[in-house]
Ligand binder design. Structure first.
Ligand code: SER
Length: 345
């Protein structure tokens, strides 16, 4: 069993708790603090190597239109075609989900938690550890370091799939139970939700997800059935994938030589949670962009409505759409992807 020694846990928790308290006296944690705490946790407390985000251009990988997950740059390691740079790594990967298997373009602006461009906070094991340490560290970071109330969290695990020929991941369920998550917060789901694949082919595996409930004080028996139900106030926060398989181009699943951990936490979602916002657009990642749009356009300020019947909806929706696309286009241009003009203007 992987367990942090209790003295070590206490010391780390105290160090981060005082950091969190100091920040909250003056104001909330900034998005930069939040990213740094994630990277520090894995580099300093768990000896992971920091690896920079790759550009969003999928060099040498025709299977995806853009880099759409943290694992893209590690694909060849998982497939056994490249040697891992270390036993475990951590990063914040720039991702774009437009086109291909993971395409969120059509919902942008209509909800507060999907984006064409987002950052994915990830920790990686290239042989150092597998399911248990991945779950223990994720829970420890969220509940002890970021101090998220565990009563706001649900976890899911792979419930089995006959087509894939895979049984339920009861080992994963047992890990969550041994960490102390109550059974009514540990929920099984099928392949749609808990078998992760980057594209039509490539490395893949069963996964376990941590979901956050933005509504406080609600009993699990009232809310558990809404997990993965598309509610804007009960959303996935962190996906932990147990990479063990490869989907070949003819659709078959083959077992990889080694096992890996690939985790991805939605940075914008985490920032919203820790800044006490129910929408990512109300966090410090978007508000300065809205201010700039309002100043330049002379339009009324962003008012944060998602109610289509509200008279502010159309303007707020447009704010979200423009801010989302400005972030995405800026990152693309910085990484060398330019808009293609059909006609020279
Ligand atoms: N690859 C998984 C995802 O993108 C976890 O990082 O959700």
């Amino acid at each position: 069993m992987f367990l942090l020694r209790s003295a070590q846990r206490f010391q780390i928790r105290r160090q981060y708790s005082s950091k969190m308290r100091l920040k909250s006296k003056s104001n909330e944690l900034s998005s930069m603090d939040i990213r740094n705490i994630f990277l520090d946790y894995f580099t300093q407390e768990h000896n992971h190597k920091f690896i920079r985000s790759s550009p969003v251009v999928p060099f040498c990988d025709p299977t995806v239109p853009f880099v759409n997950a943290g694992m893209n740059q590690f694909k060849n390691i998982f497939l056994g075609n490249a040697a891992p740079p270390c036993g475990s790594a951590v990063n914040s990967q720039k991702c774009i989900r437009v086109g291909g298997k993971h395409n969120d373009l059509n919902v942008i602006g209509t909800d507060g938690y999907h984006h064409t461009f987002f950052e994915m906070l990830g920790n990686w094991s290239f042989g150092d550890y597998f399911k248990e340490k991945a779950c223990v560290t994720a829970w420890d970071l969220l509940t002890n370091f970021y101090q998220i109330n565990p009563n706001r969290l649900y976890v899911t695990y792979f419930g089995g799939d006959t087509k894939l020929g895979l049984p339920p991941d009861l080992e994963c369920k047992e890990i969550w139970r041994s960490i102390g998550v109550p059974l009514d917060r540990i929920l099984p789901f099928g392949a749609n939700e808990n078998f992760w694949e980057m594209g039509a082919s490539g490395p893949c595996g069963t996964c376990t997800e941590i979901h956050y409930d933005h509504l406080p004080n609600i009993e699990p028996n009232q809310r558990a059935r809404f997990v993965n139900g598309g509610l804007p106030d009960l959303t996935e926060l962190w996906n932990i994938v147990f990479i063990e398989y490869n989907r070949t181009s003819d659709g078959t699943i083959e077992t990889l030589k080694d096992k890996f951990i690939d985790t991805g936490m939605g940075f914008e979602r985490l920032v919203a949670v820790l800044q006490g916002k129910s929408s990512n657009y109300d966090s410090d990642l978007f508000l300065p962009i809205f201010d700039a749009i309002s100043k330049e356009s002379g339009k009324a300020p962003y008012s944060g409505t998602f109610d289509v019947n509200d008279s502010n909806y159309q303007l707020d929706y447009t704010y979200r759409l423009v801010a989302d696309h400005v972030r995405m286009s800026s990152v693309c241009i910085a990484d060398g992807i330019y808009p293609q003009l059909k006609y020279q203007l």
